[in-house]
Design a protein around this ligand. Structure first.
Ligand code: GLU
Length: 493
């Protein structure tokens, strides 16, 4: 009878949740949800020097943000030390583990001596079978033993769900320590005791754990427990084909959240790292992922973290949302950029929705709404000197005149809609024998400070008559000054 499907995500709370860890969490989660199994969470916090409660909170935070919910109570390894010691004692009792009294320096000496002779050192089990009297003498000398697992000769072989059959010669494993001389259990013991107690059916984790897995298999054997199935997820590399690290930019999920990535885009992007979808589809909703994800389509080749693709995918997810759906996601970024007060969001709802509507096809992150949309919210204009040089400074008098005509034409309008606005501009162009673009560009600079952006008539309609007239008047007033400083800047960049 196969075991009921139970997988776990077992992060160590030693820092912000890394992209690689989130990837492992997600693959376990999708696998469990697709197969109607259980997805459990275990906090591996036995390393008291490096583990911190705040990092545990950060893990919960990010998992919640990603929409990765877990079943049952969270297991904390720090609360299970007695259990690990008890299980180590069982291994001692049945002769699968032994107390080793070598001092670290003695072991080092032996290793060096073996190396000199061109041999590798394996524990000679000198203390595996000693008499009670000898034990007492050693302890009276002040020696505190570690507990080592007895690794039999032969090979450790396993069928990995992703890698296929993998094996290692047991001579490379050595009798590793499972309990330190101060009585504290080691990571390998804790993991296996927990996986047994939590009745884990599939251990799915990163490829960097594969050498640990061989050790764990030996522990499962020692406990006489049928192996869970193992699956090692591919390495995630940076564009330079080196293991993804800080050198490649942001590596924690929360940094992407703070940079304005959407949960669904992060989940979508992570799911494509190593999963062969079977066709060209790259955009997946969460529902589709839950339905379509299959561990059997996960390949073993290294996978590359492509930031450009991530941004593109985020843009796709932004575009797929309605203005109403984007409003609560975008607003915090406007507040954070100092463009509006949090209390103003409700009153300004219609205005923000219109702004989002104009920008959403252009923004690849939520932060970009605050950058590209800044001019919708400021009272003090910032004119990009390049735009000023290009569209005002080349023919200053003519540009100034056109802004005057536009200002008067717009001012005379009763209804500030895109058709009426466009009508005014085109008519002015015709009247004066000019091209529409000769009005559009200087006007855009006056209203947005930039040379490119969303459709001019739409943004004028959204800004509204008061603001538009005020900005045009202001531009006309400070025109020479702005031109001078932009030209100076161009000469002394
Ligand atoms: N705590 C380990 C880590 O954060 C994971 C161990 C496991 O999945 O077995 O890398």
């Amino acid at each position: 009878m196969p075991r009921p499907l139970r997988v776990r995500f077992a992060p160590s709370p030693t820092g912000l949740l890394h992209i690689g860890s989130a990837h492992t969490a997600l693959f376990n989660y999708l696998f469990a949800r697709k197969e109607q199994g259980k997805f459990l969470l275990r906090i591996e916090d036995t390393d008291i020097k490096r583990s911190r409660q705040e990092w545990v909170g950060a893990i919960f935070d990010v998992l919640n943000w990603l929409g990765i919910d877990w079943d049952e109570e969270v297991v904390y390894q720090s609360q299970r030390i007695d259990r690990y010691q008890e299980r180590a004692q069982e291994l001692l009792d049945i002769g699968k583990a032994y107390r080793c009294y070598y001092l670290p320096e003695e072991l080092e000496e032996r290793k060096q001596a073996a190396l000199k002779k061109g041999k590798s050192w394996r524990n000679d089990r000198r203390y595996a079978k000693i008499s009670e009297t000898e034990r007492k003498t050693l302890e009276a000398e002040g020696r505190q033993p570690v507990v080592r697992l007895m690794i039999p000769a032969g090979k450790t072989v396993l069928q990995d769900r992703i890698l296929g059959e993998i094996e290692v010669d047991n001579s490379t494993i050595d009798d590793f320590v499972i309990v330190r001389s101060n009585g504290s259990p080691l990571y390998h013991l804790a993991v296996v005791v927990d996986d047994i107690d939590m009745e884990i059916s599939h251990v799915i984790r990163g490829l960097d754990h594969v050498t640990n897995t061989f050790k764990h298999v030996q522990l499962f054997h020692a406990f006489g427990y049928d192996l869970p199935e193992f699956g090692h997820l591919p390495n995630i590399l940076g564009q330079d084909k080196k293991k993804l690290s800080k050198r490649h930019g942001a590596v924690s999920v929360s940094e992407y959240r703070d940079a304005g990535y959407l949960t669904d885009a992060v989940v979508n992007f992570l799911s494509l790292l190593g999963w062969q979808t079977g066709d060209d589809q790259e955009f997946f909703t969460r529902e589709e992922l839950r339905r379509r994800f299959s561990l059997d389509q996960v390949h073993k080749r290294d996978t590359v973290f492509d930031l450009q693709k991530f941004e593109w995918l985020n843009g796709q997810h932004i575009m797929a949302l309605s203005e109403e759906e984007l409003l609560p996601l975008v607003s915090p970024f406007l507040v954070q950029a100092g463009l509006m007060a949090e209390e103003a969001i409700v009153d300004q709802r219609a205005y923000i929705l219109a702004v989002i509507g104009l920008l959403k096809e252009r923004c690849r992150t939520l932060v970009e709404f605050a950058i590209r949309g800044k001019f919708f919210f400021v009272t003090e204009m910032d004119y990009n000197p390049k735009a000023v040089r290009k569209h005002w400074a080349k023919e200053p008098e003519a540009a100034n005149q056109r802004l005057r005509w536009l200002c008067d034409g717009f001012n005379a309008l009763d209804s500030f809609n895109t058709e009426a606005l466009e009508g005014v501009l085109r008519q002015l162009a015709e009247e004066h024998g000019l091209k529409a673009a000769q009005f559009i560009h200087p006007c855009r600079v006056a209203l947005t400070g930039e040379m490119a952006g969303p459709s001019l008539f739409h943004l004028i309609a959204v800004l509204g008559k008061d603001v538009v007239i005020e900005r045009l008047e202001q531009a006309l007033q400070i025109f020479p000054e702005v031109i001078k400083s932009a030209v100076d800047e161009g000469q002394n960049p």
